[in-house]
Design a protein around this ligand. Structure first.
Ligand code: FNR
Length: 380
């Protein structure tokens, strides 16, 4: 309505209402090496494309006269009441996607303005404490890429808890980087040298290992970071992670129902069904196809977060109808950040939420419970 009314006053919208147009605008705004970093997926990017296409294979069946005049999309995650079942995925090196290199802070401010929680990446370009401060009362979760230096891992986890993050998201699928030809064929990242290390260079433990000034020798800093980055987490590691923090622990990169059952047995607080947007392994199933079995194995005992391929409010509704507790926007918000900074991300989040809400209204689903009970039908 706001957009239509403005149109009657002759005011054109500043930002596009759909992810595809936003992506085209971002491609004009971003330098080629940054665009390549955001776009790149593993192999021929088949899994990445399939993630997106999978949503068209499912359809909602509308119900009429169900009184969906007012919708309630609120949900509870780790004891926190959320107005919307949407969150901002962790995106490493997000700063390079914004004009002033402080994309993490811009995103945190957009999260605070909309109440949409943000998952802050280990590889943020602003220190986690600054991101938490911008988030204010809006929930933030800290995403950990566990380094192979345990003291450093514990230091990062405890900083996140002290900074006020409400959950720890441990990413399991990126202890080595996937084979990404789009990036490998460019390999032109001089600007990355000093940027992706904010949480490391502000860490006392990292600094004591580095033994010199990170600004004086960014390549030495990057080399130490590369030598500690990447630890193949195993189930037994949950013991020391649990000991290090009282935050709820969520495992990111889960696709197999047996892994969900194992996580539940070990007292994990949530699973995050994702294939990293197809950036890590090619030749896998579209993430959406793995979601129903993950939800079934979670058995309503632990929440299921979901991402990979979500490009619209209607995609979000479909994943919720399959039983996801909350759904993540990834590349779409990165594009919005590139196009419009903080305002662009706010616009993107509001657009997703407005489309989801309208769809729930038109399709006659006033609550998430009603939506889930109705289920989806496979397109023949
Ligand atoms: C990511 N993703 C990611 N995940 C994570 O746990 N930590 C990280 O630092 C990053 N960094 C990152 C950078 C970029 C440029 C992208 C595109 C993705 C994965 C991310 O959280 C999410 O799983 C995917 O973005 C979902 O796929 P789509 O929907 O964005 O295609």
């Amino acid at each position: 309505l706001e957009i239509y009314l403005n149109g009657m006053r002759g005011l054109q919208p500043r930002y596009p209402a759909d992810a595809a147009t936003m992506e085209r605008r971002a491609a004009e705004a971003l330098p080629p090496w940054v665009l390549s970093y955001v776009k790149s997926g593993a192999g021929d990017e088949g899994t990445q494309r399939a993630n997106v296409e999978a949503f068209a294979k499912w359809g909602l069946v509308p119900r009429m006269m169900e009184g969906a005049y007012e919708r309630d999309l609120s949900t509870t995650l780790f004891g926190i009441e959320l107005e919307h079942p949407l969150f901002l995925c962790p995106i490493g090196v997000l700063g390079i996607c914004s004009q002033d290199f402080h994309g993490d802070l811009a995103t945190a401010r957009a999260a605070a303005r909309t109440g949409v929680p943000m998952v802050a990446s280990t590889l943020s370009q602003d220190p986690m404490e600054d991101i938490a401060a911008e988030l204010g009362d809006t929930p933030g979760f800290f995403q950990l890429y566990p380094p192979n230096d345990r003291d450093l891992a514990i230091s990062l986890i405890q900083r996140a808890e002290r900074a006020g993050f409400s959950a720890l998201v441990v990413t399991l699928d990126t202890w080595v980087t996937g084979w990404r030809p789009r990036d490998l064929n460019t390999a032109n990242f001089p600007q990355l040298r000093g940027y992706c290390l904010a949480n490391y260079v502000t860490d006392e433990h990292f600094r004591s290992r580095l033994g010199n000034d990170p600004d004086a020798d960014p390549l030495a800093t990057a080399a130490l970071w590369a030598s500690v980055f990447g630890y193949a987490t195993s189930w037994s590691d949950l013991d020391w992670i649990r000991e290090a923090t009282s935050l709820p622990i969520v495992l990111k990169g889960i696709s197999h129902p047996d892994d969900v059952r194992k996580a539940r047995d070990l007292g994990v607080d949530g699973v995050y069904c994702s294939n990293h947007g197809g950036r890590q392994a090619n030749g896998g199933l579209p993430a959406l196809q793995t979601l129903p079995k993950v939800v079934e194995a979670a058995a309503d005992e632990i929440p299921v977060l979901f991402d990979s391929g979500v490009r619209s409010g209607s995609d979000m509704v479909k994943a919720l109808a399959m039983g996801a507790t909350a759904v993540g926007t990834g590349r779409p918000y990165v594009h919005a950040l590139a196009v419009g900074g903080e305002d662009g991300v706010v616009h993107h989040l509001r657009s997703f939420l407005a489309e989801a809400d309208l769809l729930m209204a038109i399709d006659g689903y006033p609550t998430l419970d009603r939506l889930r009970a109705a289920g989806l039908e496979r397109v023949h």
